[in-house]
Write a protein that binds this ligand. Structure first.
Ligand code: F6R
Length: 328
């Protein structure tokens, strides 16, 4: 599975070569992103980039429902790696019904079929991998469509630069990842991923990676909101073993100081702490670096625990019952 992360640069370059092939120019109020799990989190990444770079507001919906804030004047990305996820398909049906402008991003499946049947713009992503490892392919696919639609927050040139950056940092990312995996395996407690705004999306992605690859539950703590509620919960916690992966953007002094403040609290409770500093010259490079390190660390941890990182048995169990649950 490691090789799927090592090839992230190739995923980006594949999209760069097809950059701008699909565009949906228009005047939209918001961008909606409908998707679940490893696909839905791509919407969180887009929301972060758009918010930092002054793009359109992004509404991410990881649900079978369609937020009423999305209307026929809006652009909606239907993103599902397999193309078959029921919740995403149900939300897409609702978006079709209200007449929103839809773009399907997928590698296969029923959503691709729907796109062909209904003449909906479609961007195909890398085939035959685990959805979570297709993160760059799915993210840059959306960035490419936005750029071709005059709504770009990332240019083709920047995307190409990120591919080169990933190549440069791969060795460092792997060493850092192995250190983190050693740290978590030796601590054997609840993993807390702590960090600061605006990196919420990355912290959630890290959680998902350790859930799916390493098969452990994870708690996410985000400053400065943490200072307004979670912090009190650490005053008198029931005793439980825990360890903390503290994620810092070294280019953000206030953010780093916020995380240092959190670290004091964790250490006071006896939780071991490991710091991950985000490398990169831009928010996008830092996002990709952090994603790569946590992805590789979660795979490494699975291997150390004798588990198959690729297998997601319980998701399959849920998916085998999902039609019944939603009554379709
Ligand atoms: C990630 C993973 C899940 C799926 C989710 C939705 O590797 O397996 O989080 O991403 O179940 O499925 P797709 O992405 O096919 O819509």
């Amino acid at each position: 599975m490691e090789e799927l992360y090592f090839s992230w640069k190739d995923q980006i370059m594949d999209i760069v070569r097809r950059w701008g092939e699909v565009g949906v120019p228009g005047k939209y109020h918001v961008i909606g992103v409908l998707g679940m799990g490893g696909s839905g989190v791509v919407g969180d990444y887009l929301a972060m980039l758009s918010s930092l770079r002054g793009g359109l507001p992004v509404i991410v919906s990881k649900s079978h429902l369609l937020p009423r804030t999305i209307s026929s004047d809006d652009l909606v990305f239907a993103i599902s790696y397999s193309g078959n996820t029921l919740e995403t398909r149900l939300a897409v049906d609702k978006a079709l019904r209200i007449g929103a402008r839809i773009v399907v991003v997928s590698s296969d499946g029923l959503l691709e079929k729907l796109a062909v049947e209904k003449n909906i713009p479609f961007v195909g992503v890398v085939k035959g991998v685990a959805p979570r490892t297709a993160l760059p392919s799915m993210l840059f696919a959306i960035l490419s469509v936005l750029d071709a639609s005059g709504l770009g927050v990332v240019s083709r040139g920047e995307a190409e630069g990120v591919a080169g950056f990933l190549d440069d940092v791969m060795r460092d990312a792997m060493n850092t990842a192995y250190d983190i995996a050693d740290f978590i395996e030796s601590s054997r407690g609840l993993l807390i991923i702590a960090g600061h705004s605006p990196w919420e999306a990355l912290l959630i992605r890290g959680k998902n990676e350790f859930n799916e690859n390493s098969k452990i539950p994870v708690k996410v703590d985000v400053a400065p909101e943490w200072m307004h509620n979670d912090i009190v919960g650490y005053e008198k916690p029931y005793r439980f073993p825990a360890c903390v992966l503290a994620v810092k953007d070294p280019g953000d002094d206030a953010g780093s100081r916020l995380v240092d403040f959190m670290i004091d609290t964790y250490k006071g409770l006896g939780y071991p702490v490991k710091v991950l500093e985000l490398r990169g010259a831009s928010d996008l490079e830092k996002l990709m670096y952090g994603s790569l390190v946590m992805g590789l660390a979660s795979v490494r941890l699975a291997r150390m625990r004798g588990l198959d990182p690729l297998a997601t048995e319980s998701i399959h169990r849920y998916k085998s019952m999902v039609n019944e649950i939603f009554g379709v």
